[in-house]
Design a protein around this ligand. Structure first.
Ligand SMILES: C[S@@+](CC[C@H](N)C(=O)[O-])C[C@H]1O[C@@H](n2cnc3c(N)ncnc32)[C@H](O)[C@@H]1O
Length: 195
């Protein structure tokens, strides 16, 4: 996966912004909902936050508090550092977070949890709860045209093709899976749960 995300980094934001390969994709209400998601994230209480698998920092920039972003991809981190100069960024592994127990007030993660298989989920949740008492997960909402989980074929601008495991969530289901929590956002495209 590292190779895929390194290769995708320069075009990653096209997914959010509807540019490049995403310019012709029909996504009803996407732009409006993305703005609402950004507002919902910005409305979270201020917290010392670790954004795990922060990618290009597209959502990191809206998180309130003292923020550290972590990602395995230097290509992603390079973009994030330019975008969010007020945050700290570090290369690292979400399954072995390089921080002491309780080092943060909150772990935030977006569009990462839904790529994890069962054993990876257990590993990640153990690490997240080790470093912070609160976990906020943002991921893709279950839609009528989607299975709950699928292997997607992703094609990049260079024509390379990658297989990616992906899950989609109902907000309440995600909250239950995380052991209970508050639904912060529930839309057609995104869900956010604070556990
Ligand atoms: C779909 S992107 C999400 C990026 C960002 N959070 C967002 O919502 O825009 C997934 C990110 O997870 C990172 N990633 C994948 N496996 C990782 C791991 N084991 N440790 C840290 N980051 C990882 C990738 O490099 C990529 O930036």
């Amino acid at each position: 996966m590292r190779e895929y995300y390194d290769a995708r980094a320069p075009e990653y934001d096209d997914w959010y912004l509807g540019r490049g390969l995403f310019s012709k994709r029909e996504r009803l209400g996407w732009k409006r909902e993305l703005k609402a998601l950004e507002r919902a994230l910005a409305s979270l209480p201020w917290a010392h936050t670790l954004d795990v698998a922060c990618g290009t920092g597209f959502l990191t920039q809206h998180l309130p508090g003292e923020i550290v972003g972590l990602d395995q991809s230097e290509q992603m981190l390079g973009i994030a550092r330019e975008r969010v100069p007020t945050a700290g960024f570090i290369a690292g592994d979400a399954f072995a977070l390089p921080f002491a127990d309780g080092a943060f007030e909150r772990v935030f993660t977006a569009h990462f949890y839904g790529h994890l298989d069962q054993s990876e989920r257990a590993l990640f949740l153990a690490e997240a709860t080790r470093v912070a008492p609160e976990l906020v997960v943002c991921d893709a909402a279950l839609r009528p045209d989607r299975e709950r989980e699928e292997i997607q074929e992703r094609v990049l601008e260079d024509g390379s093709s990658w297989q990616v495991y992906k899950r989609f969530f109902g907000a309440e289901e995600l909250a239950a899976e995380l052991g209970g929590g508050e639904v912060v956002f529930s839309g057609d495209w995104f869900v956010v749960v604070r556990a």
